[in-house]
Ligand binder design. Structure first.
Ligand SMILES: [Zn+2]
Length: 53
């Protein structure tokens, strides 16, 4: 599996946070601004397998 690194807005403070995906389904987010760490659905999947809203 390829680890993909990109940037994602922090869900807590909205700052641009470091994000990476290990499995292509979830992304790990780590925000340097507020210290948030967590997992979110991969944004690239919102229009595909993931239906949000
Ligand atoms: Zn944050």
């Amino acid at each position: 599996m390829v680890t993909t690194r990109f940037l994602n807005n922090c869900p807590r403070c909205g700052y641009v946070a470091e994000a990476w995906s290990e499995d292509g389904v979830f992304v790990n987010v780590r925000c340097k601004m507020c210290g948030y760490e967590g997992r979110l659905p991969h944004p690239d999947l919102k229009n595909g397998a993931w239906r949000v809203g």
